[in-house]
Design a protein around this ligand. Structure first.
Ligand code: MLT
Length: 250
């Protein structure tokens, strides 16, 4: 298992999206007064795939085991997209482990039947190609706002291509099978920061607005000129919002 452990202060566990890795959060490691823990989920980046069918609860358990290993009782958990689905699974399974929550370019709803069907078709394409290339080609055009830098596109392509086929298949199964987390939102009692890129095409601002309305102690930040990877595309503004949030959570 590969985990970045950087800085000191309040523990912040960052959970990456699909099909990505801990590298997406490198721009956040400069945020002060935080111990940044950033794992590669099984099958992504430098962490080996796990055996068996993928499930969100298995990823949540992986994250909770990591907190146990680091002897951390309560952490701020920040998840981007699929990472947000996992963060919400943690809020459901083990709310006592949360000190705060950051939901980044994500949503609480389950897949629609069409989206679920698309996930299984993608699994077949990945199996047939024996490569993650079909996923990368399908997702890359949707990842950014209207004007990402060439360097960012290259970096994200490289991160995606570092995913294993087993990891990608398990994550597609996990996302297809995930339950609607709407009923979890009103029960979240910790301070919650919701961030979304105004140009996010995968989990648009309307998703973030709906979550912000349903979570009692939530603050919503919309970042202009950012797409689905708002933390990378507008890192400075994103980090400023997180720093303020850390002061609030303490
Ligand atoms: C992600 O960024 O994690 C994915 O786009 C989430 C999804 O496909 O639902």
């Amino acid at each position: 298992m590969h985990v970045i452990d950087a800085g000191s202060g309040v523990p912040v566990l960052w959970i990456h999206g699909f099909p990505l890795s801990s590298r997406i959060f490198l721009p956040q490691l400069v945020i002060h007064h935080a111990q940044h823990l950033v794992p590669d989920l099984p099958g992504f980046g430098q962490t080996a795939p796990a055996a068996g069918e993928g499930s969100l609860d298995a990823y949540a358990k992986f994250a909770l085991d990591l907190l146990d290993e680091w002897e951390i009782d309560r952490a701020i958990v920040g998840g981007l997209s699929m990472g947000g689905y996992i963060a919400l699974a943690i809020a459901r399974i083990a709310p006592e482990r949360l000190r705060g929550l950051m939901l980044i370019d994500t949503r609480e709803l389950a897949d629609s039947p069409e989206a679920r069907k698309g996930r299984y078709e993608t699994i077949e394409k990945v199996r047939a190609a024996n490569s993650v290339r079909p996923v990368v080609d399908g997702m890359l055009p949707k990842m950014f706002g209207s004007s990402p830098s060439a360097d960012l596109v290259e970096e994200v392509t490289d991160i995606m291509m570092s995913s294993s086929t087993d990891g990608v298949i398990a994550a597609l199964q996990a996302m297809a099978g995930r339950a609607d987390a709407s009923s979890v939102l009103p029960k979240i009692s910790v301070p919650t920061l919701i961030v979304v890129g105004e140009e996010d095409k995968i989990t648009p601002p309307s998703d973030a607005e709906r979550m912000a309305a349903a979570i009692p102690n939530a603050q919503l930040v919309k970042l202009p000129e950012a797409g689905h990877l708002s933390n990378m595309e507008q890192a400075e503004e994103f980090n400023a919002a997180v720093s303020k949030f850390l002061e609030r959570v303490g």
